[in-house]
Write a protein that binds this ligand. Structure first.
Ligand SMILES: [Fe+2]
Length: 310
């Protein structure tokens, strides 16, 4: 990569005017009391049953990784997680398909399939510590620095989703910042690290909002954000990205998916409804079948290679 900032891919979805209505377009189909907090940020209330199901699945994933019973009291799980980095165990992956099923049911109820073509797999189960570990800020992409995920190589057409599920969300939360016209190209660039892009971004205005358990926050990939940690304890949340564009359309897809930090291989076509998969292998077979039917056999072959070890 030459220099700290490079134009990102997916340029057709990159104009400032286009992005100013991107969240309104998603929000208008959602049959709930959506609060459009900013042109690039919307807050959607979740149903109690949806939250309970997501909490159960996230706790199942975490307890499996920790090697303790899935029935463990969630408060006890939070205590166990405190003070040590969380490492997801490979065997816990059996929770990820049911988790995607639950998310897809919710997205379908919100008619998000009218706005997005692809979904990241797996859904990310985040264990966020209120006290950063030593040297965390020295990473090239620390989430505690103001950033857009596009800087770290995510596609520029992404719609991001964040769901706080439990724990200390008052002192361990996401802060969003306005992406004004003047800074828009910077927000949509790829960068070798967060710090140099952040210096170019300069002072940005914080968006005033609440950060609550049981809400889903949709935000445009161009919106700068940052994890704020002002207290101790653990926050558990889910996050995932959707893509508005066909994920295999990028002619550089093959090359990008092989880059160390390239995230392209994580995007799959939005699963059919009702959600048909019981295992990741079934999901992969379906993806390959669709790609072959659409004439994207080269990509189908790469998908097969990429997950040879499944
Ligand atoms: Fe981020």
């Amino acid at each position: 990569m030459n220099g700290p900032l490079m134009p990102a891919n997916s340029a057709p979805y990159a104009s400032f005017e286009e992005r100013q209505v991107s969240i309104a377009r998603v929000a208008k189909w959602i049959p709930r009391d959506v609060v459009v907090v900013d042109p690039l940020l919307a807050e959607v209330p979740l149903l109690d049953a949806e939250v309970a199901d997501l909490q159960r699945l996230a706790i199942g994933f975490i307890t499996h990784s920790l090697g303790i019973s899935a029935e463990t009291d969630p408060a006890e799980v939070l205590v166990r997680l405190d003070g040590q980095p969380f490492q997801a165990a490979r065997k816990a992956h059996q929770w990820l398909i049911p988790l995607e099923r639950s998310i897809c049911g919710m997205l379908r109820a919100m008619q998000v399939d009218r706005s997005a073509l692809a979904l990241e797999y797996p859904i990310n189960v985040r264990v966020v510590h209120g006290t950063p570990f030593p040297d965390y800020d020295k990473r090239i992409y620390p989430t505690t620095s103001v950033h857009t995920d596009i800087w770290a190589g995510e596609p520029a057409d992404t719609l991001q989703a964040l769901i706080p599920l439990m724990g200390n969300v008052q002192e361990n939360f996401c802060q969003w910042y306005e992406a004004d016209r003047e800074r828009f190209d910077i927000c949509l660039s790829n960068s070798a690290d967060y710090r140099s892009a952040n210096e170019k971004l300069g002072d940005v205005r914080a968006i005033s909002h609440t950060f609550d358990i049981g809400k889903l926050y949709f935000f445009d990939g161009a919106l700068p954000h940052q994890t704020i940690k002002i207290g101790k304890g653990i926050r558990i949340s889910l996050d995932f990205r959707l893509r508005r564009l066909f994920p295999y359309a990028d002619p550089n897809w093959m090359q990008r998916m092989r880059r160390d930090k390239g995230a392209y291989d994580r995007y799959y076509l939005l699963p059919p409804h009702p959600y048909p998969f019981k295992t990741f292998a079934e999901k992969l077979d379906h993806e390959i079948e669709v790609l072959e039917a659409l004439g994207f056999s080269a990509f189908a072959g790469l998908r097969r290679e990429e997950y040879d070890d499944v």
